[in-house]
Write a new protein. Structure first.
Length: 568
């Protein structure tokens, strides 16, 4: 019996004649008879294959591990650090004083939680005064960690507030979260920070300000300006600069270029139509997504770009894939570059190092969808991951569990209207979302995501209060290196490494002993056939085009197992 199958679907089966008594089939003869049956099966089943492979076949990610953390009030995560030992530092905000949260200082506190690789709380700590704080970003800082966010307090652990809200920087240790150093930055107005990076020994912070005095010490161009300032290791300001026009401007993310270490790229939003350089007048209406390149030495602008339509757009994330920049945010305009599917869409934009637009696409449904974070997909992939929340349950969004769901999409950086590779919602009946996501470097196809969860149900097994910190380990089935297969002689494992294939990849069989293989592309076309010796097989890239392939391996008794192989 020869069967052509994809996953658990039998596309074709055929029984071959048995040899007469005293005769036997050689492996070679069996292979050629099976090969003949295979091509007959492909011809007969072409319509089925057309249906199966009409869209990219990429497994969506699944939750492998998760945890809800919090108390009876509102708690949420904004950022995290994944350590090399698998432990996680989560930075966020808490209004609770019970459950997993201890020692609330008053109002909202900056809250940090350290989890073991098994997602067991090792320690948690609140930081702040009697007013409101929150940590918007956290990074490793030597043997310690550095968190930044706004504070409105003038007491408790907060001192030196310049007025209104200040940017609060806290350095804390890994042992128990004890404060190593802390400092407020700002002026007499409102000052906030959303992003921080370490460039050598310099700490670079981006956000927004309404101040002109104090640490800001720069002119005001409008109601709120974008603000970037740089600190040395003693937390002293090296330079501080404001950016903007006559209205509202803000930076939400900053990075240093992989190709040009002399410039920072900051993204955010602008509502201004005039400003400190001529290009600020390019605003298309409402808020535009904003990207600015500035000198690392003094903050002078070299490139400024605005993208949007007559409604509102904003950028919340930026990642570099090869020499291109992927900007992510939310779009509302029906006449913007990316079009519009509903009230608000995931908006992804690709630019080069000169600020030129390469492509821009919208993803989502008819309701509000908001992109809050992006990350490279990991490994040597040119893909990227975008995540946030969605209220939709139509068009490109399916299986919404109620309220807002966390929504994750994987896209290729190549220019194509179909560069959406997979998409999936996660959540329960309440309001859920993701605020930060990152691949696990040592586990291809696995990600850590943090955000918030609302109610028990759907994907959420526990809830502590109004809103919890929600952390998930997600495994992208598309990148899974091992697949369990079942043959008539028992269960075995097919191990494919590396996957994706760069120049070659090795396929190792354990518990099963196939003799022949067929490698098919996503149209069902056989691109390679051959024998398997001693339970292993090495495939070379040769003339294989980048994409996804199915390796079908046949046992001598006609049973078959399959494995997915990616080619870069």
């Amino acid at each position: 019996m020869v069967r052509l199958m994809y996953k658990s679907t039998r596309l074709f089966s055929c029984t071959m004649g048995r040899p007469k008594a005293g005769n036997s089939y050689s492996h070679k003869k069996l292979f050629f008879e099976m090969k003949k049956m295979f091509f007959i099966a492909v011809a007969v089943s072409m319509s089925c294959l057309a249906v199966l492979f009409s869209v990219p076949v990429m497994a969506q990610p699944n939750i492998q591990q998760q945890k809800s953390i919090g108390g009876s009030d509102k708690d949420q995560a904004f950022d995290f650090v994944l350590n090399s030992d698998g432990s996680v530092i989560i930075g966020g905000q808490s209004a609770s004083g019970d459950g997993d949260v201890s020692n609330n200082k008053g109002g909202n506190d900056g809250w940090v939680v350290k989890l073991s690789p098994e997602m067991i709380i090792e320690w948690e700590k609140n930081y702040g005064g009697t007013s409101n704080e929150g940590f918007m970003a956290v990074i490793p800082y030597g043997d310690n960690y550095l968190a930044i966010g706004p504070t409105a307090s003038t007491d408790g652990q907060v001192n030196g507030n310049h007025g209104g809200r200040d940017v609060w920087l806290v350095v804390f240790n890994d042992l128990n979260g004890g404060i190593v150093s802390k400092k407020c930055f700002g002026g007499s107005g409102d000052d906030v920070a959303y992003s921080v990076l370490l460039n050598g020994t310099y700490i670079v912070i981006a956000g927004a300000t309404t101040s002109t005095d104090g640490d800001v010490n720069a002119p005001s161009y409008g109601s709120q300006d974008g603000w970037i300032f740089v600190l040395d290791e003693n937390l002293e300001i090296i330079w501080s600069k404001t950016y903007g026009g006559e209205d509202d401007d803000c930076f939400t993310k900053i990075m240093v270029s992989n190709e040009d270490p002399t410039k920072y790229t900051a993204v955010g939003k602008t509502k201004s139509s005039s400003g400190n350089i001529e290009e600020w007048s390019y605003n298309n209406g409402g808020y535009d997504g904003l990207s600015v390149d500035v000198s690392t030495s003094n903050g002078e602008i070299s490139i400024l770009s605005c993208w949007g339509g007559t409604a509102n757009e904003s950028f919340n994330a930026i990642v570099q894939v090869n020499s291109k920049y992927q900007l992510g945010g939310t779009g509302h305009s029906p006449d913007g570059y990316g079009g519009n599917l509903g009230e608000g869409d995931f908006l992804t934009t690709q630019t080069d190092n000169q600020g030129s637009l390469w492509w821009q696409y919208s993803n989502g449904g008819t309701m509000n969808d908001s992109l809050t974070t992006m990350s490279q997909a990991g490994g040597d992939s040119n893909d990227f991951i975008a995540a946030g929340l969605t209220w939709s349950n139509d068009i490109e969004v399916s299986n919404n569990h109620g309220g807002s769901d966390a929504w994750i999409i994987r896209k290729t950086s190549e220019e194509s209207s179909s560069n959406l590779l997979w998409k999936k919602t996660f959540g329960g009946p309440g309001n859920d979302g993701i605020t930060a996501i990152s691949p696990i470097p040592w586990e291809y196809g696995a990600f850590i995501a943090v955000g918030h969860s609302g109610e028990v149900g759907g994907d959420i097994p526990e809830n502590k209060g109004e809103s919890d910190i929600w952390i998930m380990k997600l495994v992208d089935g598309f990148g899974t290196n091992d697949e369990i297969v079942t043959a008539n002689n028992g269960s075995g494992t097919v191990s494919v490494y590396p996957n994706p294939m760069i120049s070659c990849t090795k396929v190792q069989f354990s518990g099963i002993l196939p003799t022949h293989f067929v490698l098919m592309d996503m149209t069902g076309k056989a691109v390679a056939t051959g024998f398997i010796e001693e339970g292993s097989l090495t495939l070379s890239k040769n003339d294989l085009s980048p994409g996804t392939y199915l390796l079908e391996s046949f046992m001598a008794d006609g049973e078959m197992c399959t494995a997915k192989i990616m080619v870069q």
